[in-house]
Design a binder for this molecule. Structure first.
Ligand SMILES: Nc1ncnc2c1ncn2[C@@H]1O[C@H](COP(=O)(O)OP(=O)(O)OP(=O)(O)O)[C@@H](O)[C@H]1O
Ligand SMILES: [Mg+2]
Length: 248
């Protein structure tokens, strides 16, 4: 479903992604871990069209973007990535003056062009699915961090994306909210959503990841099943990272 080959992204002189390759089959979950500044957010931004890239290819379903083929329709096709790939951020980025229901309806109504009733039906169903059926009309400020993040997940799902990317979705949350959000994400994984999750919640990674990728200095230094990466890491960078996470 998602395939990245030799992805290079520069910010000025800095090569932030130095040839990243990874593939996530349909219905699978990949977890990406790595130290701060290693390029995790940049990788996700390239995958959902928020950032352009300098070389390599990004493919989602049958949409393939190759940096060598930047033609007239590049911007168009690049924009299509945004529609196909949902993203959930660390800070939830909800519209503060709209209710949970309105936040989730917005995309289906104004981007996908659904009628109000259809958008509302979809939003209601998705909020129920993330356990917020009783908070439809709550404003973001009336919701806990974990509830706001679940609204953000419902909002991403409302666009019927082919895949969803999560960038440290629980790192701003307390333990209880973290558990609520991780439970929703584990359900999505079990339902067969295709996901890439940047997260250092290692117990969760072990439970839901099909593959863990370790990003370090803009390169993937090792990849494998969670048991292998988390219990028998081959790379020093992975060992250091796991020690740091344990100590935190
Ligand atoms: N817009 C930008 N302009 C210049 N440099 C940038 C920009 N965005 C990111 N960078 C640099 O790219 C590198 C990778 O950043 P990125 O945010 O992808 O790291 P990260 O792995 O997500 O880190 P963290 O764990 O702290 O979130 C960093 O050195 C960062 O300073
Ligand atoms: Mg980041």
């Amino acid at each position: 479903m998602i395939e990245v080959v030799d992805l290079v992204k520069r910010h000025g002189a800095a090569e932030v992604l130095q040839g990243v390759s990874l593939a996530v089959p349909r219905g699978r979950t990949a977890v990406v871990i790595g130290p701060s500044g290693s390029g995790k957010t940049t990788l996700l931004r390239c995958l959902n069209g928020l950032d352009s890239f300098d070389s390599g290819t990004v493919a989602v379903g049958d949409l393939r973007l190759d940096a060598r083929e930047r033609g007239r329709d590049w911007a168009d096709r690049h924009g299509q990535l945004c529609r196909r790939v949902g993203m959930v951020f660390q800070g939830f980025n909800l519209f503060p003056h709209r209710s949970a229901l309105e936040n989730v309806m917005e995309g289906p109504r104004y981007v996908l062009g659904l009628a109000k009733e259809a958008a509302e039906d979809r939003a209601r169903r998705l909020l129920e699915r993330v356990g917020l059926g009783d908070r439809l009309h709550a404003m973001p400020r009336e919701l806990s961090g974990g509830q706001q993040q679940r609204v953000a997940i419902a909002r991403a799902l409302a666009m019927a994306p082919q895949a969803i990317l999560f960038d440290e979705p629980t790192s701003a949350l307390d333990p209880r909210s973290t558990a609520e959000v991780l439970a929703v994400m584990a359900d999505l994984a079990a339902e067969g959503l295709t996901m890439i999750i940047v997260s250092h919640a290692m117990g969760f990674a072990r439970q839901v990841a099909d593959t863990v990728h370790v990003l370090c200095g803009g390169r993937i230094v090792e990849s494998g099943p969670p048991a292998q990466i988390l219990e028998a890491p081959a790379h020093d960078a992975t060992r250091r990272l796991l020690q740091d996470v344990q100590a935190a």
